[in-house]
Design a binder for this molecule. Structure first.
Ligand code: GTP
Length: 472
């Protein structure tokens, strides 16, 4: 994903500035210019980038900062905040309530991934116990109803549409009425897309919206549309009351910066992102963890949520106990990758890891000593699993890296779901200093800097959210 490159460029710019002996006007300008270049290359709208630069300069008034101030930290925080501000319109979107009927209308250009996203959205809520239903009001594209029908059938979600009726407004109204009677609590209306922003598309959308009175209109945007994002999003916003954005195809080579522009154009938050063609390749979008990850700062709370989501309930206490004892074995890594495999396509990534089969012996799996595996054993595993020795070595390196992180977490009480404040109580600067990569700790100003930063941040959740546990 090109967004990762953007994050890399921004982090490097901050790092370069940190390395300067004195952080003066020139060092700050160089850093901001570098960030500006990176954002423009990622297709973020020029005006947004310029405003960001001006805001940071306003916040970071070098003349006002006394010599003792940690200028680098203040600048880094300002950049973090400004990036968050770009993605956060300041007001949350309408959130449907489970058990109470809500109508959600999807709009977007043809091929943006609208129909796929409707089903993903329905499926996401269905997994959480909702009763969603899909209405196909796209009478423009031949095959649109079939596509929705196929997706809905696969996900066992009720659907409504017609092969004969050509009036999208009538279909939408009939579908919504029917599912309201059937007590569905999330009625999703898929509308037509067009190649271009034609007047006919907007008129049709307006009519469907007027007739169905949606509680929320979601604008679906393909992340690869680049600089065109701002105008496109604005055109939609002018015709219907767009309340939220979903950015699709974030898994591709898209620059992704258009997402930032769409938020500004619609003044609506991005609520989900699409990360693949499959039903479950769909992620809730949260601004702070996203910017943290973008800046290479990790996303601890997201990681904990993933554990709670992916690991079967009955295995969670045991796993968390083992992890808190710093006892991370190859078997744990294997089992967790297997749990991830169950999630579907993400497994494709992990299935490329070699040796996760009968190739590994129990002794090897349950030992926390990677030295058990010598060169000839690695060659044997590579042969047996049809992989390159280099891949086996890489897998062991990854294991060592994770084991190192977890060994440093020894003694840390891991909270249950929804108990992040427990983490704050148990997490102290000592733990954090062990987990942070040394260069990042240095940047923060060593233990002293870390302690005061933790105090400032108020809770360890935010700290972990910002800096993550990785030491890649
Ligand atoms: N890689 C990837 N492909 C996606 C994603 N979302 C949708 N697609 C693909 O994009 C293509 C277009 O998606 P559709 O859902 O048919 O697009 P649409 O916007 O509904 O098109 P119209 O109904 O014609 O307006 C399909 O091949 C989808 O599988 C995503 O997040 N990642």
């Amino acid at each position: 994903m090109v967004l990762a490159q953007l994050g890399g460029s921004i982090s490097r710019a901050i790092q370069q500035m940190s390395n300067a002996t004195i952080i003066d006007e020139k060092a700050l300008n160089d850093c901001l210019n570098e960030i500006t270049r990176a954002l423009l290359q990622a297709d973020v709208q020029f005006k947004l980038v310029r405003d960001m630069q001006t805001n940071i300069k306003k916040i970071v008034n070098l003349d006002d900062l006394a010599a003792g101030h940690n200028k680098r930290k203040i600048i880094q925080q300002a950049i973090f905040n400004e990036l968050c501000k770009m993605l956060d319109p300041g007001k949350p979107s309408f959130t449907p309530k489970k058990g109470k009927p809500s109508v959600v209308m999807f709009v977007g250009l043809q091929g943006s991934g609208k129909t796929t996203t409707c089903t993903k959205y329905a499926y996401y809520h269905q997994k959480k116990g909702w009763k969603p239903a899909l209405v196909c009001a796209d009478t423009f594209r031949a095959g649109a109803f079939d596509q929705l029908k196929q997706n809905a059938t696969k996900a066992k979600i009720p659907f409504y549409g017609s092969y004969t009726e050509s009036d999208p407004v009538k279909i939408a109204v009939d579908g919504v009425d029917r599912f309201k009677k059937e007590n569905c609590d999330l009625i999703i209306v898929d509308t037509s897309g067009r190649h271009k922003q034609e007047a006919a598309l907007f008129e049709e959308m307006r009519q469907v919206s007027e007739a169905t009175k949606p509680d929320l209109v979601i604008f679906v945007m393909d992340s690869s549309i680049g600089q065109a994002a701002f105008d496109q999003a604005q055109a939609f916003k002018q015709s219907v009351a767009v309340g939220a954005v979903i950015v699709t195809k974030m898994d591709g080579h898209a620059k992704g910066g258009g997402a930032l522009s769409a938020v500004a154009a619609t003044k609506s938050p991005v609520i989900f992102i699409g990360t693949g063609e499959h039903m479950d390749e769909f992620e809730v979008f949260d601004v702070k963890p996203f910017v943290s990850r973008l800046l290479g700062m990790g996303d601890w709370s997201g990681f904990m949520d993933k554990i709670h989501e992916v690991v079967p309930m009955d295995q969670q206490p045991e796993l968390l106990q083992k992890l808190s004892e710093g006892n991370f074995t190859l078997r744990i890594m294997y089992e967790q990758f297997q749990n991830l495999l169950k999630m579907g396509p993400i497994g494709q990534v992990f299935s490329m890891l070699p040796g996760f089969s009968a190739e590994l012996m129990p002794k090897e799996l349950d030992s926390s000593n990677p030295k058990l595996m010598n060169e000839s054993r690695m060659m044997r595993i590579a042969r047996g699993s049809g992989r390159h020795v280099r891949e086996v070595m890489e897998m062991l390196e990854e294991y060592k890296r994770l084991a190192k992180i977890w060994s440093k977490m020894k003694g840390l009480k891991i909270p249950k779901k929804g108990e992040m404040s427990a983490l704050s109580r148990n997490m102290n600067a000592q733990h954090m200093s062990k987990v942070l990569p040394p260069q990042m700790l240095k940047q923060i100003g060593g233990m002293g800097g870390l302690q005061s930063l933790m105090k400032q941040m108020g809770s360890a959740k935010d700290m972990m959210g910002m800096f993550g546990g990785g030491d890649k």
